[in-house]
Design a protein. Structure first.
Lengths: 228, 258
């Protein structure tokens, strides 16, 4: 499908000429496989920079917050680099499209219960709890491919058939928001958990679009051309 | 619901794809790992496992380059291992594009290594690879150093210890079954699955589609496959449609999606 759109041809275009005049700041806070995010955006012809430089973040049109590891540790790393205030201004005052992935989703919550109790950035009235293995003793981490059940349409899923909403997950904790209207998709692991949240110019996913083959590249493509 | 995974396993020797039987006999060359990986990527497999079987400082650099190249064009998870003995080795592989790093011998030599690495890089990116063979009937023992060195660990006990050390996944390989294409050690999978709380990838012995069905029925989260894809006319596409028609929840193949 991507081939048919000719997206792969864009790979070598300079940032100013890139297809959607988009430049994505991939936030570097020493956590997460940022290189794979860069590679995926580069592959679909989107200009991206791995950065923690406020000036570069300010110049970017879109913000991508990656992350693996523990939530509390990630929040501490963001704080150590003074990034929360910078990101908050970009997202809430300037209204830039924001995509937070995995721990980059979890850090936005008010509180996390991973390895003790930790404060999150509190952009969202939500808590991060360990997945429940349930009576069947499900394996934790929840690792592998799982499908999404969308509660409404969203531009980042444009053009993706419902049966193709299958993405790669690797996590042991998940976000529970107090406002159900912000839930964009749920997925099932013994019982439903929140796999994507969206409100205004913010979307966050528990799954990894950069590791989710064609469906993931389509989500990234849609994000890059998203103008909320 | 979470899908069962199909994972091609690539063994590298000096950067070339190779395949043996029972780890040491009948060496066969299987080509260029990057071009082979791209073919499987187009078939829509679920992940890749890449193991450097005779690691040296030179070969580690080659493997990092291969992973770097693969991760520029393949957007799926990679588990990479072979000769990982320092936290710096883990870091270098993650930076090259690996999502999970597989540790084998070093986990035995330094029992705190896996816990240390999990603390530094996250549980989910530590995979412990366990190679075992029967030293007498009914007595399986973990072997390290590419199967050359016997330990006194029973694979089930060892896997549970590694789970306690916070590894995120176990890759379990039967040396006796490696390359023989006679079926996975489903009894061992069942025994381990009963006690293990983390995902289990089973490896060694896949020679047909029924073998995958048996392994999943025994409790495997994923099947690792080498010979079946490298040396027969089976493809991941054919495998998926067969598994789906047998009621196994795997990701739909690309052809059926387009």
């Amino acid at each position: 499908m991507l081939c048919a759109l000719g997206l792969r041809l864009d790979k070598n275009l300079a940032p100013a000429e890139n297809r959607w005049m988009t430049s994505v700041a991939i936030i570097d806070y020493g956590r997460g496989n940022v290189r794979s995010v860069f590679n995926a955006l580069d592959y679909i012809g989107v200009a991206a920079t791995i950065t923690d430089d406020p000036a570069v973040i300010n110049d970017a049109s879109h913000i991508f917050l990656p992350g693996v590891g523990a939530c509390g540790d990630a929040v501490a790393a963001l704080n150590a680099r003074g990034l929360p205030e910078i990101l908050h201004r970009q997202v809430f005052e300037k209204g830039k499209p924001f995509l937070g992935v995995c721990v980059g989703m979890q850090v936005l919550a008010a509180k996390s219960f991973e390895h003790g109790t930790h404060d999150g950035l509190g952009w969202l009235d939500a808590e991060v709890h360990r997945l429940d293995p349930g009576p069947d003793g499900l394996k934790i981490p929840h690792m592998g491919w799982n499908s999404l059940t969308p509660s409404r349409a969203h531009p980042v899923f444009d053009g993706i058939k419902t049966e193709d909403l299958v993405f790669y997950f690797v996590h042991s904790f998940a976000v529970t928001p107090s406002d159900p209207d912000k839930v964009l998709t749920t997925s099932d692991y013994g019982k439903p958990f929140v796999s994507a949240l969206a409100w205004d110019n913010v979307i966050t996913t528990q799954f990894h679009p950069e590791k989710s083959h064609d469906s993931g590249l389509e989500v990234l493509t849609n994000f890059a051309r998203w103008v909320p | 619901m979470l899908k069962k995974r199909i994972i091609p396993k690539f063994l590298l020797c000096d950067g070339r794809l190779v395949k043996y039987r029972q780890f040491f006999s009948d060496e066969r060359q299987a080509g260029n790992p990057v071009s082979t990986a791209k073919v499987y990527n187009d078939y829509g497999v679920d992940e890749f496992i890449v193991l450097d079987i005779i690691p040296s400082e030179d070969s580690k650099a080659i493997v990092r380059d291969i992973i770097k190249t693969m991760s520029e064009e393949i957007f799926m998870p990679f588990t990479v291992g072979g000769g990982v003995s320092l936290l710096d080795d883990v870091n270098a592989l993650l930076r090259a594009g690996a999502d999970k790093v597989s540790v084998n011998s070093q986990a035995v030599r330094d029992p705190s290594f896996v816990a240390d690495a999990a603390r530094s890089f996250g549980d989910q990116c530590m995979s412990v690879s366990i190679d075992y063979k029967e030293i007498s009937p009914g007595v399986p023992r973990v072997h390290i150093n590419g199967g050359r060195e016997k330990t006194n660990h029973n694979p089930v006990d060892w896997a549970l210890r590694m789970q306690d050390a916070n590894c995120g996944e176990i890759l379990l390989t039967s040396i006796d079954r490696d390359g023989m294409m006679s079926g996975y050690d489903s009894d061992m999978v069942a025994r381990l699955d009963e006690q293990l709380d983390i995902p289990l990838v089973v490896s060694g012995g896949c020679g047909g589609l029924q073998h995958c069905i048996d392994a999943f029925a025994a409790g495997a989260s994923a099947v690792a496959i080498s010979s079946l894809f490298l040396f027969t006319d089976h493809s991941p596409i054919k495998m998926r449609s067969h598994l789906v028609s047998n009621g196994i929840n795997v990701r739909a193949s690309k052809t059926s999606r387009n």
